[in-house]
Design a protein around this ligand. Structure first.
Ligand SMILES: Cc1cc(=S)c(O)co1
Ligand SMILES: [Zn+2]
Length: 261
């Protein structure tokens, strides 16, 4: 069932193209964002997040990251505006992070990597009937990327890090209700936007990326709790710490990045 992939020596990002040839496509993510080269587009409005009635359901370890899923049966939590022609429904959010103290984000800025990156994944329910269908369409998904840098404790992130011990192993999950990711946003919604892809297999070129300029601060202690997660399942002998689950920047291949400062 499906092709095994990971972030290790033999199954990591440099090997993904063997089972997922689109890995060498023309709109792959992440990318290195060079702010000076981003184009100011006057027609680009602000992004608007309506998360007030969002319904989180569960938190789980899928062997690649820790994921919080939402009820996406209606338009209760959507992102709109900015480069988006329609409202996109919040489906899930997850993180990518590094090892002790080193890089960990997927997008970089002027070559600079942050400690981690939060991805809020949304899908275009106006044009498509399911997340699955949207995930293969060129305008099917909108992912909001938020950088995490080490600094003070994040006042709300503990709600997630306190639950991580319950999802240590691949395939584990638990109920996770009442969490509103609005508390993870930085103060500014200034962003860069470009057309890209999922950053994990199947690497579909279906994502309108919206990357916020302003990082949020989390403590080393909070980040360290993500590294207690395992890539491996409870039944496996091998216990591999979940860290460095990020894909490096991919070629721009002529794409232009737009900005709204
Ligand atoms: C749908 C999805 C999106 C991203 S960015 C990811 O890492 C995994 O799955
Ligand atoms: Zn991601």
């Amino acid at each position: 069932t499906g092709h095994h992939w990971g972030y290790g020596e033999g199954d990591g990002p440099s090997a993904w193209h063997k089972n997922y040839p689109v890995a060498q496509g023309s709109r792959q993510s992440p990318i290195d964002i060079i702010p000076h080269q981003a184009l100011q587009d006057r027609s680009l409005g602000p992004i608007v997040l309506n998360y007030d009635h969002c319904t989180s359901i569960n938190i789980s370890n899928n062997g690649h990251s820790v994921v919080v899923e939402f009820d996406d049966s209606d338009d209760r939590s959507v992102i709109q505006g900015g480069p988006l022609d329609n409202p996109y429904r919040l489906k899930q959010f997850h993180f990518h992070w590094g090892g002790k103290g080193c890089e960990g984000s997927e997008h970089t800025v002027d070559g600079y990597g942050y400690a981690s990156e939060l991805h809020l994944v949304h899908w275009n329910a106006v044009k498509y009937c399911s997340f699955g269908e949207a995930s293969t369409a060129p305008d099917g998904l909108a992912v909001l990327g938020i950088f995490l840098e080490t600094g003070d404790d994040h006042r709300w992130l503990h709600m997630i890090t306190d639950a991580l011990y319950m999802v240590k192993f691949k395939g584990s999950g638990t109920e996770f209700k009442g969490f509103n990711p609005k508390c993870l946003l930085p103060s500014s919604l200034h962003y860069w936007t470009y057309l890209g892809s999922l950053t994990t297999p199947p690497l579909h070129e279906s994502v309108i990326w919206i990357v916020l300029k302003e990082p949020i601060a989390v403590s080393e202690k909070q980040l360290g709790k993500f590294r207690l997660l395992l890539f491996t399942g409870e039944e496996e002998d091998q216990r591999t710490r979940m860290e460095n689950n990020f894909r490096p920047p991919q070629p721009l291949k002529g794409r232009k990045i737009q900005k709204r400062t």
